[in-house]
Design a protein around this ligand. Structure first.
Ligand code: B16
Ligand code: MG
Length: 222
């Protein structure tokens, strides 16, 4: 049996940090007189920090000097980290730990593939860092999702061919990145939003052990 690589996105798959990004971006937007809604926050899922601020400025018709831009990014991240500091294991999304532990028990290779530059401290806070053989995050990539770079680096670090990797993603850009990497794309969220994924589950409680077993055995492939 060919060894498989399982690559997990972080925000929206393992933990719901979108709510903290929302609070931090809203405070920043208001500080420069720009409105910021939950709908707009949705559009920032899976999007890098730099690109997120660029989008907020576009929506508010604002321009900033390079210095102001960098300063605001720093302030946003400080705010975001103040929420992260209070995170604990109770914030892990349903059945994520069960799924990770099953894959560990089955000796599968597991990596993280996230746009966040705060991935390692978040995984440490929720006590899941030890489940991952490789972490690829916003500090390691030069091209953002939907570019496949983040997942291809993950496959390389796991020493598994991309075609033998399975990606769990909650964002449209992330699903597109998995497809571009020729990996099995499993959407976590709404089927009508993630329609480009090979399979979609509302969350990990809906994913059976038999399905995971079929991924491991290769019965399910791209
Ligand atoms: P940071 P993911 C993404 O994480 C978030 O979905 C996105 O909203 C955020 O802007 C991005 O990380 C960067 O996060 O500011 O912590 O570097 O979904 O790719 O795990
Ligand atoms: Mg995500």
């Amino acid at each position: 049996m060919t060894k498989k690589g399982f690559i997990f996105d972080l925000d929206g798959v393992i933990v719901d940090t979108a709510k903290y990004h929302f609070l931090a971006w809203k405070k920043l937007a208001h500080s420069i007189g720009v409105d910021f809604t939950e709908e707009q926050n949705e559009q920032l899922k899976g999007v890098s920090r730099v690109r997120s601020l660029e989008k907020i400025l576009e929506w508010g018709n604002k321009t900033l000097s390079e210095d102001e831009f960098m300063k605001l990014m720093g302030l946003k991240n400080d705010d975001y980290l103040s929420f992260i500091n209070n995170m604990g294991t109770s914030e892990i999304l349903p059945d994520v730990t069960k799924t990770l532990d099953y894959l560990v028990e089955k000796k599968q290779a597991i990596a993280l593939g996230s746009a966040s530059k705060n991935a390692t401290p978040i995984l440490r806070k929720v006590e899941l860092l030890d489940r991952f053989a490789a972490i690829v995050d916003g500090n390691d990539v030069s091209k953002a999702k939907p570019d496949p770079e983040v997942f291809l680096i993950g496959a390389k670090l796991l020493n598994i061919n991309p075609e033998d990797c399975i990606v769990f993603e909650d964002s449209v850009a992330g699903v597109q990145a998995a497809n571009a990497a020729h990996m099995i794309a499993i959407g976590i969220g709404e089927a009508h939003v993630l329609h480009e994924a090979d399979y979609v589950f509302k969350d990990f409680t809906e994913m059976s052990q038999a399905f995971l077993e079929d991924l491991i055995s290769g019965k399910i492939n791209k």
